[in-house]
Design a protein around this ligand. Structure first.
Ligand SMILES: [Cu+2]
Length: 237
């Protein structure tokens, strides 16, 4: 009795609050000094116009689509995966809930998203047509499966190691593409149409921050997270 009380007290004295809370909640939410890294992805110069894709080979794809390969809105670049490169101390458990990619109008949505190692990725067909989901890890085919209309989600947990990119193409509709960079930590975000990103609950410290766009590649910068978080920005191309 006395012994366990001493143990509990000493645990509390050594940051035991985070220790106890971590049994039910992600430990990162409990990190003592932590903050948000926020910023914007700029695109300098004249952005190329989005190409119109001819979808007439499949009436179920609907009207023409605009290419999602490079989307710039008012000088801000969308679909940039921003992540901490050098990670943080400790291991991070992947969420059991899947990240979901939908096929809508013969487009993968979203075009870029992130997942942790071991986190399920669910690929959903919302179209009244058949897709053929061709998944790659790097340049290697990982699986190649047809998904007729109404078929259940294709769920994959084994999507590669940290630093690899799980990539989806469609063998029926050649323009379809989605990219999922894999990390071993939860400190990542993908820029929205306003170019902004926000990575929450990052433990205080200095980091290398990476930005990656499927067409425009990798950039990196340094960022320091203090009590009020940290700021970073990237400019492409
Ligand atoms: Cu398709």
């Amino acid at each position: 009795m006395f012994k366990s009380l001493v143990l509990a007290t000493s645990l509390l004295g050594l940051g035991g609050l985070a220790f106890i809370a971590s049994s039910g909640q992600p430990a990162l939410a409990q990190a003592k000094d932590s903050g948000t890294i926020s910023g914007t992805i700029q695109f300098s110069g004249k952005a190329p116009a989005r190409k119109t894709i001819d979808t007439s080979s499949d009436a179920a794809c609907g009207a023409k689509q605009e290419s999602d390969a490079l989307i710039v809105t008012k000088g801000k670049l969308q679909d940039v995966h921003v992540r901490i490169k050098n990670g943080t101390a400790g291991k991070h458990k992947a969420p059991s809930s899947p990240v979901v990619i939908e096929q809508i109008g013969c487009v993968y949505k979203p075009h870029v998203l992130g997942a942790m190692v071991g986190q399920p990725v669910a690929i959903r067909n919302k179209d009244k047509t058949m897709h053929n989901v061709h998944a790659y890890i790097g340049k290697e085919t990982w699986f190649n499966r047809s998904q007729p209309k109404g078929a259940p989600d294709i769920v994959e947990r084994d999507t590669g190691e940290a630093g690899e990119v799980f990539e989806l193409k469609c063998n029926v509709h050649a323009w379809m593409h989605s990219y999922i960079p894999i990390t071993d930590h939860p400190y990542f975000d993908v820029s929205g149409s306003d170019g902004s990103f926000s990575i929450k609950n990052v433990p205080a410290g200095s980091y290398t921050l990476e930005a990656w766009h499927p067409k425009l590649g990798l950039k990196s910068t340094k960022v320091t997270v203090g009590k009020t978080g940290g700021k970073a920005s990237f400019t492409y191309p």
